[in-house]
Design a protein around this ligand. Structure first.
Ligand code: FBP
Length: 698
């Protein structure tokens, strides 16, 4: 135990101070780094050029409810040149701008604020930037701080949303709208900036509509590591290739997954099952696959499109249509995975790395049906009882009992259509309890199913293990034995490998890896095979060398489960994200200073070299559509899922077999370098974007 004097001496030691300071040299270099700016921002002023080059399919409901901003057009940020004194005065006027982070953190958010701050202060040093604390709650409760240069400096180029924190509250009721208006007015805001994902940009559109008459501008910024805020017009022209934070999170996940690939190819012992974040879309899993070449990567959007050709053929022959042939079932998915595992084991690789997107269950038929049904039931319950389902039924058994009663009531009422019938109830009770609990979890404030809280990987791997056991019992799942190893073992034991080989193996010809015959499934069946081949007598034991070879052929399926989500979400931003977000901040100011509202700041051509990046304002309202939320249809910004016709996906599909590496020899793992700054944003960009920029592949 040290005395207090000793502790004091340690704490006052300048060398110890330096070594243990929270500011390591690298962090300090990051804070001082000034991200590159798009050329247009070197102009003393910018203006917005509206263009009709992009067209959108506008939803009628959006037209009705967002009338003030529905006709907004895409705006290109341009050098204002010799602007009129009026424009120039407006540009330079003193403003109060509020900014809020909404939803999950994403690396790069601080640079959005830094960009707004620098651009605004350049136009007028007296302009004030206010940060709302704890997300949208900060707006509702009027909790905001004036951001100082020092506060902004501390967070430049660093991850997280620590500067002002974040939250998931949705501004979705007239009461919350009026509280927001009150706060904006009290603070005298000219503009409000909402940095968030699809749901938060939905909030931004409704607030822009609501505050239009008050002259308060609202601008959205596309954030989310999930990468599902992407904008294309009706003709498929890309306006925003990816939301910020995606690249950093994907690179952080890829680093971890790649380390596992290295470990696994060294000790050849485990299958590493890596669940990666991405609530619905599988963009993150796809990028991780491209970055690491993991052996198996499941892509939700791909499995959703699965078609069972055999069933279709059978149905066609019998003159019927089998609708169940479209879309994959959990059982079938587990079989696809097992097939890959068995093939690798056959060449001595009873190990590997598999990536599962956390949202994959949403793409599986039977689960999707359960999620929609349960959303509807919970939503209806809350509405009709004006209370909360999860507070009224806390325990799983209580929830199940409610569902049971619901099914019984429908059954007794004699109705033909019901949201929950006895068949649903039976099927639901068939699935493991932990998964039932997962499906009944409380939805988030936007009505989204909380996939990150469900053990997706456990559900899938449970089925995989069960099926592998069957394959093992049937002698199909076997560990391949290296021919040279087999020969040496037998020769050392004084046995002739060529005599035993054809008796033991189904591929003794010239295969590099030998597979024990399917009929040899135990030491007993091994002995019988040797007796039948007259290699041993009834009363003789199996030679130890042969027994050893047999034992080696029996696979042990060992897994290690990992979840990569919150860690990557909190990672330091890549140079790509640092530069992207800083320019988004400058774009936000250009939009505000030119009077825009209901627009989302974006950078066009992110998929191209930095010199081609083009800051734009994208209208949010025309991007909205009706979607099921909390059991009813709501107007929201459409999420972008992985396009299975995109070059990035098609390339991954084409390389699937290579990355599975079910052949003798080394795996094809790729090692992504750790994230570092080179001063050139083009050096490290999302591989998905680079591939998609190649254009059509077929
Ligand atoms: P956003 O859409 O708000 O950016 O959040 C995305 C995400 O990170 C998902 O990948 C994940 O499913 C979810 O947030 C987790 O949410 P929570 O922070 O509420 O656990």
């Amino acid at each position: 135990m040290s005395s207090s004097r000793e502790i004091e001496a340690i704490l006052n030691n300048p060398e110890i101070h330096r070594i243990t300071s929270r500011m390591n040299p690298e962090t300090m270099r990051r804070q001082d780094m000034v991200p590159a700016l798009c050329k247009v921002f070197s102009a003393s002023m910018t203006r917005l050029r509206e263009t009709d080059e992009f067209v959108f399919d506008v939803d009628n409901e959006a037209r009705k409810r967002l009338s003030e901003i529905i006709d907004n057009r895409v705006q290109i940020v341009e050098d204002a040149g010799d602007a009129s004194p009026e424009i120039s005065e407006n540009w330079r006027k003193k403003r109060r701008i509020g900014v809020v982070f909404s939803g999950g953190p994403a690396p790069g958010g601080h640079n959005v604020i830094a960009g707004i701050f620098d651009a605004a202060k350049k136009a007028n040093p007296d302009t004030e930037i206010w940060g709302f604390l704890m997300g949208p709650d900060g707006i509702l409760e009027n909790r905001a701080v004036a951001l100082t240069a020092e506060r902004v400096r501390r967070y430049r180029n660093l991850g997280g949303f620590g500067m002002i924190k974040t939250g998931r509250t949705k501004i979705d009721t007239p009461k919350k709208m009026s509280l927001s208006r009150e706060t904006c007015k009290k603070l005298g805001l000219d503009a409000l900036v909402i940095v968030g994902g699809d749901d938060s940009n939905t909030n931004a559109a409704f607030l822009a509509q609501e505050l239009y008459a008050d002259g308060i501008q609202v601008i959205g910024v596309p954030k989310t590591i999930d990468g599902d805020v992407q904008v294309r017009d009706a003709a498929g022209n890309v306006l925003c290739a990816v939301s910020f934070g995606f690249h950093s999170a994907a690179r952080a996940f890829a680093q971890e997954v790649s380390n596992l690939c290295t470990d696994c190819s060294s000790d050849m012992k485990y299958w590493h099952i890596c669940k990666v974040m991405g609530r619905s879309a599988s963009h993150l899993a796809l990028e991780v696959a491209l970055q690491t070449h993991a052996n198996i990567t499941l892509i939700g959007e791909d499995v959703a499109g699965y078609v069972d050709e055999k069933r279709i053929e059978a149905a066609e022959k019998s003159g019927t249509v089998d609708y169940t042939a479209y879309g994959i079932t959990l059982r079938h998915l587990s079989r696809v995975v097992c097939d890959a595992i068995v093939r690798r084991a056959a060449v001595g690789k009873n190990c590997g790395v598999m990536v599962i997107p956390e949202g994959i269950l949403e793409f599986i038929n039977e689960i999707q049906v359960f999620i929609i049904k349960l959303n509807t039931i919970i939503g209806e319950y809350n509405r009709t009882h004006d209370t909360d389902f999860h507070s009224d039924f806390v325990l799983l058994e209580e929830k199940r009992e409610y569902l049971r009663r619901l099914a019984k009531t429908y059954f007794e009422s004699g109705k033909t259509v019901s949201v929950w019938n006895t068949r649903d109830d039976d099927l639901f009770n068939d699935i493991p309890e932990f998964f039932q609990e997962g499906l009944l979890l409380e939805r988030d404030s936007h009505g989204n199913f909380q996939f990150s809280l469900v053990e997706t990987d456990k559900v899938i791997m449970g089925l995989v293990k069960d099926y592998l056991d069957i394959l093992k019992e049937n002698g199909i799942y076997k560990m391949g034995i290296e021919r040279e190893y087999y020969r040496r073992m037998l020769l050392v034991a004084g046995l002739d490998p060529d005599t035993y080989g054809p008796v033991l193996f189904r591929n003794y010809g010239d295969a590099m890896y030998l597979l024990v015959k399917e009929t040899i499934m135990s030491l007993k069946t091994l002995k019988q095979a040797l007796i039948r081949a007259n290699l041993i007598g009834e009363d003789q034991a199996v030679p130890p060398a042969v027994e050893k070879i047999y034992n080696k052929s029996v696979p042990q399926f060992k897994t290690q489960r990992h979840f990569y989500g919150y860690d990557g979400r909190g990672s330091i931003p890549t140079e790509f994200d640092c530069v992207y977000t800083y320019n988004l901040g400058w774009t936000v100011f250009s939009l505000i200073a030119n009077g825009a509202t209901g627009q989302m700041a974006a950078i066009r051509n992110l998929e191209k070299m930095f010199s081609q990046w083009e800051p734009v304002g994208v209208p949010i309202a025309p991007l909205m559509h009706l979607e099921e939320r909390n059991g009813k249809l709501s107007l929201v910004l459409e999420k972008s899922l992985v396009d299975v016709q995109s070059p990035a996906f098609l390339t991954t599909k084409a390389l699937r077999e290579k990355w599975l590496s079910a052949i003798p020899g080394d795996d094809d793992y790729r090692i992504p370098e750790p994230v570092h700054f080179t001063g050139n944003v083009d050096d490290d960009r999302p591989l998905t974007l680079l591939l998609n920029d190649i254009g059509k592949l077929n």
